[in-house]
Design a protein around this ligand. Structure first.
Ligand SMILES: *Cc1c(COP(=O)(O)O)cnc(C)c1O
Length: 295
């Protein structure tokens, strides 16, 4: 397997968020970098896919919840590269399958359901061995896709961002923290602000710091725009996303990019940025997740 995932160079779009502000805000449509393996997941998978190929491994195995963008992207990547994929899904199989899982199955991903208790042991050696006994050899990608090879891919992305765009601040949504960690490593000269899509802030720093290669504090994670926690939305957020799309012609997802953009506008209003700052927000993808919320 020497084939590589297709990559479409995405465009940055200038946004007019607040009439009276002196900051220049753009959003990079990284969600358009690939039809199916989009956003940050493309970069997180890149070197994992190369490593699997180099190891002569023709099966990927990974983990996710029923709405996981990572499962969706892994299934599509495996299909494009003509290798097999197994998705270990947290929870019970419920029919009809939701749009994420039915997509994954259509890509040829074999879905295996495990209960929440077993799922908690997903990284244990014994559990991985039992999966190998069951399914044969595979290349393991952890939940959310965050591992050393994912960070390497995101670091490469960061260097490309610095080369192609002029910005002081880089803004992005945060889940497992892998993406922001890679960007922090690649961009010590920039200011980086992550917006957590999960409730509870301190564990995020714990998830990010182990991946960092420098101890600069040129970054922080905003933790007050999670709307109740991971996967939680309310009417205010849905209204915001709907209006944002009408006004700026940029669709956002309710799990990550919608919360980031809501939070970014709040920060702009509160005067958190110096005058004339250049702000680049990353559209990390996730639009497939909208179908799970019926919009
Ligand atoms: C997975 C995902 C994230 C979070 O990335 P992490 O590396 O887990 O922090 C952000 N945005 C979108 C759209 C995602 O799918």
């Amino acid at each position: 397997m020497s084939k590589k995932l297709e990559y479409i160079v995405p465009k940055a779009v200038r946004l007019n968020l607040l009439a009276e502000s002196s900051q220049a805000v753009s959003i990079l449509r990284e969600d358009q970098n690939h039809a199916l393996v989009s956003g940050n997941k493309w970069w997180k998978l890149k070197y994992n896919l190369e490593a699997a190929a180099a190891a002569g491994c023709d099966t990927l195995l990974t983990f996710g919840g029923a709405y996981s963008n990572h499962l969706y992207a892994t299934a599509a990547a495996a299909r494009e590269l003509n290798i097999k994929s197994i998705g270990i899904v947290r929870g019970e199989r419920t029919l009809p399958l939701n749009p994420t899982l039915s997509f994954a199955e259509r890509q040829g991903m074999r879905l295996v359901y495990i209960d929440r208790e077993q799922y908690r042991h997903k990284a244990d050696e014994g559990f991985i061995k039992s999966l190998k006994d069951q399914f044969g050899e595979f290349f393991l990608i952890p939940e959310g896709g965050t591992n050393e090879l994912a960070i390497k891919g995101v670091e490469e992305w960061g260097l490309i961002l610095a080369r192609n765009h002029d910005f002081d601040y880089l803004i992005l949504p945060v889940g497992t923290g892998g993406t922001i960690a890679g960007l922090i490593n690649a961009l010590p000269q920039k200011k980086i602000i992550g917006f957590s899509s999960l409730k509870g802030g301190s564990f995020l720093n714990r998830d990010i710091e182990p991946w960092l290669k420098n101890n600069l504090r040129n970054w922080r994670v905003e933790t007050s725009f999670h709307f109740g926690g991971y996967g939680k939305v309310n009417g205010q957020l849905i209204d915001f996303i709907t209006h944002f799309e009408l006004q700026h012609e940029v669709p956002l997802d309710p799990i990550y990019t919608g919360k980031m953009m809501f939070g970014l506008i709040e920060l702009l209003k509160s005067g958190a940025f110096e005058g004339n700052s250049k702000i680049l927000a990353l559209h990390t993808g996730g639009l497939q997740g909208r179908s799970g919320f019926n919009f």
